[in-house]
Structure formats: C-alpha cells, structure tokens
Design a protein around this ligand. Structure first.
Ligand code: 5RP
Length: 218
C-alpha cells in the first residue's frame, strides 16, 4: 500500500465508529477528505456533521451531507480528523492545513476523537514537522520573538489566511519532549490564538495505516 492507499484505508476504518443518529465532527486535510467521501455512503444514517473548516464544509455539502454550525449542536459524538504527527500517547500535532483553531474547538466538544493517519505520522518525539501556530496579525512579530526565546525558528506562512482571518507561523527546530507543557506555555503568549499541539485533549483512538493494514492504537 502506498501512502494514499493507507489514508483511504484508515478513512474507511473510521466509519466503524459512526453509529446511527450521531452528530459527527469532521476534520480537514487529505485524509479527512477521504473520510468525507466514505461518510457519503452512510449519510442517511447520521444526524448531522460539524466541519472544522470551510473547505471541509464545502466537500461535505457537495456530497449532500448535512452540515450544522457548532453553536446549533449541544454535543458531537465523534470527531474524525488527520494529524501531522502523533506520538504513542496520542498527543498530536495538527494545523498543516491551517485549520487548527476550529479543529481544536471541535475536538474539545467531542466525546470521542478518532485520529486517522498513515504510518509516517507516528513519531517518537514530535517537532520534525514544523509546529503551526495561529496568530493575530498585529502580534506576528512579537509572537515570533517569543517563539525564538523558546528555541524555535518561526517561519511566516506566506499568502495564507486562516478561516478566522489570522496568520500562521510554522515553528521549525523544536524537539517537543513535553507536549502538554509546551501547549500550555504557548497558550500563555499574548497574540497566539491556537497552537497546533493537541496534547491536553489528545486523540482517544489512532487508526494508523500500515502496509499490512490498519492498526488501532488506544
Ligand atoms: C489540517 C490538519 C490535518 O489534519 C493535517 O495537516 C494532516 O493532513 P493530511 O491528512 O493531508 O496529511 O491538521 O489543519
């Protein structure tokens, strides 16, 4: 199986977590897109979905899958999304697609978070993938200086504006030994809206695509 086939396999496996009448949180990215395509096959059975990005909402609606605003639902039963990195504790790094803020909100609301990823995403120590940080535009330079103090090398994601009207700094050169601590530290920097560490609210299940099939890690 190549990487794309592994992504498709985990997207298909995630359908087992969707039960009739559920409200489903839907992530963003190429793996989440495959999940949306699979979800189309059972769209008559679910209550509705909440999308973590405008792009995913468009894809869902394109399949005729209902999409609801988060403020209109009281609970999300299960959230299915990809990741840029995961460690064995299911702490994740997300935001490669720039949707990290809405993704973190949807994850916070969801009863169960099922992460779907190909095996290249499982790492011992997070940080090889540059850590995405969503920043209020006027705070960009200040936040960048603070990130340098933490040992990172922030790079401005040129030409990219998030669904919330903010910018992204991608932080290179971090070796994230304690993801929970770094997530909290970053949360305390004025001007940062969201950082891409999902460690305080990790995934509950990781469906990992391997050449031999889908592995379930809990
Ligand atoms: C988007 C994300 C994605 O889940 C992450 O970038 C993984 O994407 P892909 O499934 O395309 O590898 O966090 O903000």
């Amino acid at each position: 199986m190549n990487q794309d086939e592994m992504k498709k396999a985990v997207a298909k496996a995630a359908i087992d977590y969707i039960k009739p009448g559920m409200t489903v949180g839907v992530g963003t990215g190429s793996t989440a897109n495959y999940f949306i395509d699979e979800l189309a096959g059972i769209k008559g059975q679910i209550e509705t979905t909440v999308a973590s990005s405008e792009a995913s909402a468009v894809r869902l609606k394109g399949h005729g899958i209902p999409v609801e605003e988060l403020n209109m639902v009281s609970v999300i039963d299960v959230y299915v999304d990809g990741a840029d990195e995961s460690n064995k504790y299911l702490h994740l790094m997300k935001g490669g697609g720039g949707a990290l803020t809405r993704e973190k909100i949807v994850a916070a609301v969801s009863k169960q978070f099922v992460c779907i990823a190909d095996e290249s995403k499982l790492v011992d120590i997070m940080g090889e993938f540059p850590l995405p940080i969503e920043v209020i535009p006027m705070a960009r330079s200040y936040v960048a200086r603070e990130l340098v103090k933490l040992g990172g090398q922030p790079a401005y994601r040129e030409g990219f504006i998030t669904d919330n009207g903010n910018v992204i700094l991608d932080v290179h050169g971090l070796q994230i030994m304690n993801p929970v601590e770094l997530e909290q530290t970053l949360n305390n920097i004025a001007g940062i809206v969201t950082n891409g560490l999902f460690a305080m609210r990790p995934a509950d299940v990781l469906l990992l695509g391997t050449p031999g099939g889908v592995k379930t890690i809990t």
